[in-house]
Design a protein around this ligand. Structure first.
Ligand code: IMP
Ligand code: MG
Length: 179
């Protein structure tokens, strides 16, 4: 375990099993369709790569880079689109793949934006859900794991751009960000 990690929440094995289960459920709902799978970079990158490999429907891949955070652990309350989609979502079945829903600010804004652009459907798939922190009215259609009010790292998730490559999800030691 990494020295800045207080505790491992989900092991590589648990992640693999649960991501497969969720992906298979989503896949069953998109048979006969050609969904556009939108990954929210960078946090979702590892989840996204594992998730799409269990889809049998013909998918198209696209990505957005947005930020509501600076380098800290608290949302700054303003969504910035740093990289927009390449594809037109009008008339498409869109699956948004996100790493974690915290306040819900990012996804509430994104879901509205993609709906306004004329998507036929918008499905939200998240790896982690911190429901206890919700401030905006948004719920994932699919969620791999519920977690409490802890700051987590690994499997794509970062603190100040660190720890994304850890193969497991762990709780970051408070001493790392309260120093
Ligand atoms: P929201 O807009 O408040 O829902 O925040 C969502 C974004 O905050 C996620 O996409 C993450 O990038 C980031 N975030 C929230 N909680 C955590 C955490 O525990 N670890 C790492 N990133 C987090
Ligand atoms: Mg993110």
């Amino acid at each position: 375990m990494h020295k800045d990690c207080e505790k491992i929440l989900f092991t590589e094995k648990q992640l693999k099993k649960r991501v497969r289960e969720v992906a298979e459920s989503v896949d069953a709902t998109v048979q006969g369709k050609r969904p556009l799978v939108v990954g929210i970079l960078k946090g979702s990158i590892i989840f996204y790569a594992d998730f799409i490999r269990h889809l049998t429907a013909p998918v198209e891949l696209d990505f957005m880079v947005v930020s509501s955070y600076g380098s800290g652990t608290v949302s700054s309350g303003k969504l910035k689109i740093k990289k927009d989609l390449d594809r037109d979502v009008n008339g498409r079945d869109v699956i948004i793949v996100e790493d974690i829903i915290d306040s819900g600010f990012t996804l509430a804004n994104l879901k509205q934006l993609i709906s306004e652009r004329g998507a036929s459907s918008v499905t939200i798939v998240t790896l982690l859900n911190k429901a206890c922190r919700r401030e905006y009215d948004i719920r994932p259609d699919y969620n791999c794991f519920d977690i409490g009010d802890e700051f987590v790292i690994g499997y794509g998730l970062d603190y100040d751009e660190r720890y994304r490559s850890l193969p497991y999800i762990g709780i970051l030691k408070k001493s790392v960000y309260s120093e």
